[in-house]
Design a protein around this ligand. Structure first.
Ligand SMILES: Nc1nc2c(ncn2[C@@H]2O[C@H](COP(=O)(O)OP(=O)(O)OP(=O)(O)O)[C@@H](O)[C@H]2O)c(=O)[nH]1
Ligand SMILES: [Zn+2]
Length: 342
């Protein structure tokens, strides 16, 4: 079998170039001299890449058209890869991706927005209080993680503000690993455990503003300097870091990728008939469903199954969450969900 490449739609759509002379995908030069770098930041048409411990700023080659290039992507660079001040390399190719975390603006928006490539873990960061946990947002993130082929991880912050057991009880049936942190004690608790869960992996952090993501990242990556507004040494860009996605190397190996601004996941790209598969605690309960059950209808077998306690104490809430998601996905907006932000 030929290798599968995760080409963007702009690679396969045959459309004449604006001047009619742009090379087609198959005619692209091979760029045998290219080096492979990792994209660690994106800002206004410039990609910050890490190659051989050098931070190289690059632009996108014209021949790539509108191919999306996101943090985590492995890219082929040509031109000036010195990383010297003012130097600019050129991205000529995006390597095949192992995973792609995507979202849409809302549940019916047809435009997919790729967020991060090649990450293998999605850390869903929630505060025990301040701000109040939003279980449906967490369920959405879980669906996004499973759909992207990433392992979810629950990070529950601000343990000084309340008892996490009730919250965790909601997710026991899911078998999702979790860690509880408290940075208001000396020494802070949970951070070492979190560090070991991130070790050697590429983890994307998502969560609402104020849950303590930046504080955690600063703890995990001492030179991260998140959200201070200074030029960031690792990403090399001068923009206020908390407004752009960036990948930071963990001292113990692996990467942590902070995604400020991703407050919600639109899931228009997830096939509604597959959403149930992303609720592993409920999926087994569909055995008694009628053929083609949408799981949001009177005959659905899930009601009885959940009522019998098979999905644990959180079953009813999770079933309600599944149905909200299905309705939203099918175009009935949920008034309680905050609109997604870019
Ligand atoms: N009580 C308590 N507060 C914490 C803890 N960790 C962080 N905070 C505070 O929570 C507030 C928000 O933390 P940030 O790290 O800025 O939160 P964030 O998720 O990065 O928010 P954005 O930058 O807006 O995306 C800050 O005032 C932190 O000091 C904790 O363990 N307990
Ligand atoms: Zn059903």
């Amino acid at each position: 079998m030929p290798p599968r490449y995760d080409y963007d739609e702009s690679d396969i759509r045959v459309r004449p170039g604006r001047r009619g002379s742009r090379p087609r995908t198959k005619d692209r030069p091979a760029h045998l001299d290219a080096v492979i770098a990792m994209v660690v930041g994106v800002d206004r048409g410039r990609w910050t890449c890490l190659y051989d411990d050098r931070t190289v700023i690059a632009m996108r080659a014209r021949e790539l058209g509108r191919t999306s290039i996101v943090v985590g992507d492995r890219v082929a660079l040509v031109g000036d890869t010195s990383g010297d001040d003012g130097s600019l390399a050129r991205i000529v190719r995006v390597e095949p991706r192992t995973t792609m975390l995507r979202r849409t603006a809302d549940d019916t928006d047809p435009v997919e927005r790729p967020i991060v490539a090649n990450a293998d873990q999605l850390a869903i960061v929630t505060a025990i209080a301040d701000p109040t946990p939003r279980p449906r947002m967490i369920d959405r993130c879980l669906v996004a993680a499973y759909d992207a082929g990433m392992d979810p991880l629950l990070v529950l912050t601000k343990a000084d503000l309340g008892d996490p057991s009730a919250f965790l009880q909601e997710y026991v049936a899911l078998d999702v690993p979790y860690v509880v942190t408290n940075l208001r004690v000396d020494p802070p608790t949970g951070v070492d455990q979190l560090r070991s869960l991130l070790d050697g992996r590429v983890t994307v952090l998502v969560g609402h503003s104020g849950v303590g993501k930046s504080t955690l990242v600063n703890d995990l990556v001492p030179q991260a300097d998140r959200a201070t507004g200074h030029v960031n040494e690792v990403t090399g860009r001068g923009r206020h870091t908390s407004t752009s996605t960036s990948a930071l190397p963990l001292p113990g190996g692996g990467w942590v990728i902070d995604t400020p601004g991703v407050r919600s996941f639109g899931l228009a790209h997830v096939d509604p008939t597959r959403i149930i598969e992303h609720f592993p605690d409920l999926a087994a309960g569909t055995a008694d469903c009628p053929r083609g059950c949408t799981h949001d209808e009177a005959d659905c077998g899930l009601d009885a199954w959940v009522a019998q306690g098979h999905a644990g104490p959180s079953g009813p809430a999770r079933l309600a969450s599944l149905r909200r998601l299905l309705r939203s996905r099918l175009g009935t907006p949920d008034p309680d969900e905050a609109p997604a932000e870019n």
